[in-house]
Design a protein around this ligand. Structure first.
Ligand code: ARG
Ligand code: ZN
Length: 872
């Protein structure tokens, strides 16, 4: 049942205009659809009309006003087929659906008391019979009828054009969306919602009303999202020349939502976790996430909606580009190097793991069973890295010309990744043919580099060798075009040396192009021996190996002009030390701290920097998950012990320095999610983490005081985490109790309360997880709760990977239940088990047994596809 890219055909019939009427009812909503259809000019006459439709009860169907008898159409589980239709006609259907029974949260469903929709990728077919594919674009006119008292607010895409009262306490609103769109961008919301309103004037003078719709108790949590929206609108005008195109832009917050948010035309629907903030309930990280997601969905209005995807294989066309756009936006309005460090450290941990596992796939896959499984880090984040490389390859100005060309040429169309890259090639005059391989080859390329300085000739020879490992279905890989930004840092001067390659200057911070499997670069006229600083700013999504000595790394940490690579040198240095300690732990040898790491930390702690945010990142050790990525066989216990050892020895040796950093960064000013405040808080909290790792009395009382001060959620949550993750239940339990009681009414805060408890390293985490699954605030039908409790537990490395297999069992049981309730969430939750090949034999067997237990169930396509790949 796999679908292949190579089978693409244009639709037999197009829809010019779609008229919908919803008569809302939780158990039986009636949906009337009138489609104005015409034969596709590139398709033969006389083809049957095939409409997608799932879980619909068909009431009636008519063509050009003539109703059809049961023998005049074929109805299957997947849809409706009608033969012998004219080449231009009107189709009327009426169906009933049951939103209250929809736990998959695709199509029309209920969240709390309200109705809402999620149609991307293929949810619209659960609303009505339709050609549910992105290359069918129509204008929509939608009438929503509801109970005036229960659903005072009735929303859909575009502009409201008519409203009125109906008998029996019902009322209606009609919406018109003048921009042709695929049905995955359709949205409807109805319920007892309240709004916050603002205005924005676009660069050409259009006056736009901005609304954020929430449940009444959340009215105080919309300021930051609204401010972010206005910043994003202005930024897209200034950076890409893109302007908003309707008079109204709406955001709605819903509690039950599979993903972060959805860019429905003019009516973005958000997971409440991705839009609501308040200093008392949301952390700095949450404020920044909201800003990024609000921008992301807004940016889709052009990169996604005005120009959309021809088919779902092209998903990264809109997602990769839009993630790149939101990343640059966040970098522009916050600290750019810190944003890059955070994005890359997440990418190298999670996307590298995906690309090395059984579900690895190219940024443009060539087949799938369930498209819902392809909203992945590869499509989104690796896709964004490819767009970033493109920008660096052609330069910002050509990139912007290419982007203008793309939007002008394809406005109102559904297009492909080739179309996008062709615009970049055209605007820049560059040959991007080899570059296209990035879209079709899966797996993380590895570059083995080495270099030598020749004193006599004043030359540095750098040799790079690339290889991309085999991935499922792709045994042999070709050499990619990899642009690497780099510098040569002089060992005497500590400065970037001027780079001369083949007699030509490429500056001091230049780009070299690796195109062959192996290539040599000879830099000439170098008066001093350099240490190379390669792939600056993570200029390509690759693993770069260079045989750096620890002295080289300490040197780069102190001298590299690239903030990102300075941070990376520190990470590499820590990883080398951690490697030794992991080996020592496994061999039962006494652990000895590498003093070069301690000295590097001492220097960092004592430098007076104005960039506290970068410093906080530099003082943060690689995560257990990232360390695991570097190991041939993952030993969760050794990794945990080694990292803990480094933390404690640093804290022991540098206690006074950490304490000083903590104290200088305590701030009583009113909370603001501003870069300087955020930087100081993160530095202070990193220091507190080190201090708490040795749990001395000073640290404990600082953590307790910070918890009790209730100054803002960032500080409270961090303190609560440290108390909960300490070895002392007498610190953990009272704090958890206070917090849990105080926030029992706030679901988003309770999510944090769940996560903190189930991620504690103590060996009762599993029992706590089981116990909390019975808590009244937990619910398996709410994706946020599932992620906060079960998802977070599966990231608790030492406890999820318990040797009695109980951690795996807990996850598998949840997957089995969710397979029936919400297949998309079930398939996603399963991810950690699919990585079974990375562990020792005992754990492999235990994990595999759970995968097989799931396999024996009656599986949804989502879970089926992931299980098949995992066990292949
Ligand atoms: N297009 C949305 C976004 O990235 C995500 C939609 C995901 N839908 C899904 N069924 N997984 O902004
Ligand atoms: Zn998106």
């Amino acid at each position: 049942q796999a679908i292949h890219l190579s089978d693409y055909l244009p639709p037999a019939y197009r829809v010019r205009h779609t008229e919908l009427t919803f008569d809302l009812d939780p158990a039986a909503t009636r949906v009337k659809a009138r489609l104005h259809l015409e034969r596709h000019p590139e398709r033969e006459a006389g083809a049957a009309l095939e409409l997608d439709g799932e879980q619909l009860t068909l009431e009636s169907v008519a063509i050009d006003g003539q109703s059809l008898g049961a023998d005049e159409y074929q109805l299957t589980e997947q849809g409706l087929r009608i033969e012998g239709v004219p080449s231009h006609f009107q189709l009327d259907t009426e169906v009933t659906i049951a939103p209250e029974a929809n736990t998959a949260l695709e199509g029309l469903y209920q969240s709390g008391g309200m109705f809402c929709t999620q149609c991307e990728a293929e949810g619209f077919r659960r609303i009505t019979f339709y050609p549910d594919r992105p290359d069918v674009m129509a204008t929509f006119s939608t009438t929503v009828i509801g109970q005036a008292e229960r659903e005072p607010v009735l929303l859909s895409n575009g502009n409201p054009v008519e409203r009125g009262e109906l008998p029996n306490g019902r009322h209606f609103v009609t919406w018109e969306d003048p921009h042709p769109k695929p049905c995955y961008l359709f949205a409807l919301v109805a319920g007892d919602l309240k709004k916050v309103e603002d205005r924005f004037t676009t660069m050409s003078g259009r006056d736009v009303t901005l609304q954020i719709w929430v449940e009444e108790e959340n009215l105080g949590k919309t300021d930051h999202a609204m401010a972010s929206l206005k910043r994003a609108m202005r930024w897209d005008e200034e950076t890409y020349g893109r302007e908003y195109d309707l008079d109204l832009f709406m955001i709605v917050a819903v509690n039950d939502f599979n993903m972060g948010a959805m860019e429905n035309k003019g009516l973005n629907i958000f997971n409440s976790a991705a839009v609501l903030t308040h200093p008392d309930t949301a952390t700095d990280a949450a404020f920044q996430r909201v800003e990024g997601i609000v921008a992301h969905e807004y940016f889709h209005n052009w990169s996604g909606n005005r120009v959309t995807c021809r088919d779902w294989f092209q998903l990264s066309l809109k997602e990769g580009f839009t993630v790149f756009r939101d990343q640059t936006f966040s970098a522009d309005v916050n600290s750019a190097p810190v944003k890059r460090i955070q994005d890359v450290s997440f990418f190298r941990t999670a996307q590298f793991a995906e690309d090395a596992g059984p579900t690895a796939h190219p940024v443009r896959p060539d087949h799938y069973i369930e498209i819902g499984n392809f909203y992945t880090l590869t499509i989104y984040e690796k896709g964004a890295e490819i767009v970033r490389m493109l920008r660096n390859l052609v330069g910002w100005e050509a990139f912007r010309r290419g982007s203008d060309l793309y939007f002008a040429r394809f406005d109102g169309q559904a297009v492909t990744i080739e179309d996008f890259v062709a615009c970049m090639a055209e605007a820049s005059g560059k040959d991007l043919n080899q570059f296209m391989l990035w879209y079709s080859q899966a797996g993380t390329p590895e570059i083995d580099a080495h270099g030598e300085y020749d004193y006599a000739r004043a030359e540095y020879r750098l040799v790079l060798r690339q290889r991309t490992p085999a991935t499922p279905g792709q045994a042999d890989k070709q050499a990619l075009h990899i642009p690497l930004r780099m510098g040569l840092v002089g060992t005497k001067s500590g400065r970037d040396l001027a780079l001369t390659l083949d007699g030509e200057s490429i500056g001091r911070d230049g780009v070299i192009h690796l195109r062959e499997e192996e290539q040599e670069f000879v830099f000439t006229d170098l008066a001093e021996a350099p240490v190379p600083s390669l792939a600056r700013g993570f200029s390509a999504p690759v693993k770069l190996n260079f045989p750096y000595s620890r002295e080289d790394l300490a040197f780069l940490l102190a001298n590299d002009s690239d903030g990102f690579n300075r941070w990376d040198a520190g990470q590499r240095l820590a990883l080398l030390a951690l490697d030794d300690l992991i080996a020592a732990h496994r061999n039962g040898v006494e652990k000895v701290m590498d003093t070069r790491v301690t000295e590097a930390f001492r220097t960092l702690l004592r430098t007076d920097t104005d960039d506290k945010a970068i410093l906080a990142e530099m003082l943060t050790l690689p995560s257990e998950a990232y360390i695991a990525e570097q190991q041939p066989v993952v030993d969760v216990d050794a990794i945990h012990a080694a990292r803990q050892f480094v933390k404690q020895s640093l804290a022991g040796t540098l206690r006074d320095d950490f304490l000083a950093v903590y104290q200088t960064n305590v701030d009583a000013a009113p909370y603001a999610p501003e870069p300087e405040q955020i930087a100081a808080r993160s530095l202070k909290n990193v220091a507190l983490s080190y201090l708490m790792s040795i749990e001395d009395e000073t640290a404990v009382s600082l953590a307790q005081r910070q918890f009790e001060a209730e100054h803002n959620m960032t500080d409270v949550r961090h303190a609560l985490t440290l108390l909960t993750h300490s070895s002392r239940d007498d610190l953990a339990d009272p704090a958890l109790k206070t917090f849990g009681q105080k926030w029992a009414h706030d679901p988003l805060v309770m999510d944090q309360w769940f996560s903190i408890q189930v991620s504690r390293p103590q060996d009762d985490a599993l029992e706590r997880a089981r116990f909390l699954m019975e808590h009244e605030a937990f619910s398996l039908t709410n994706p946020n709760k599932v992620r906060a409790l079960i998802g977070a537990f599966a990231q608790n490395r030492v406890n999820f990977h318990r040797l009695d297999g109980e951690g795996y069992k807990l996850l598998a049981n949840a997957v089995i239940e969710l397979n029936r309730l919400n297949p998309e969430i079930a398939a996603r939750l399963l991810t950690p088990l699919t990585r079974w090949r990375r562990f020792d034999e005992t754990r492999q067997d235990l994990m595999k047994a759970e995968l097989e237990r799931i396999q024996a169930e009656d599986l949804s396509p989502n879970v089926y596809e992931v299980i098949e790949k995992a066990l292949a």
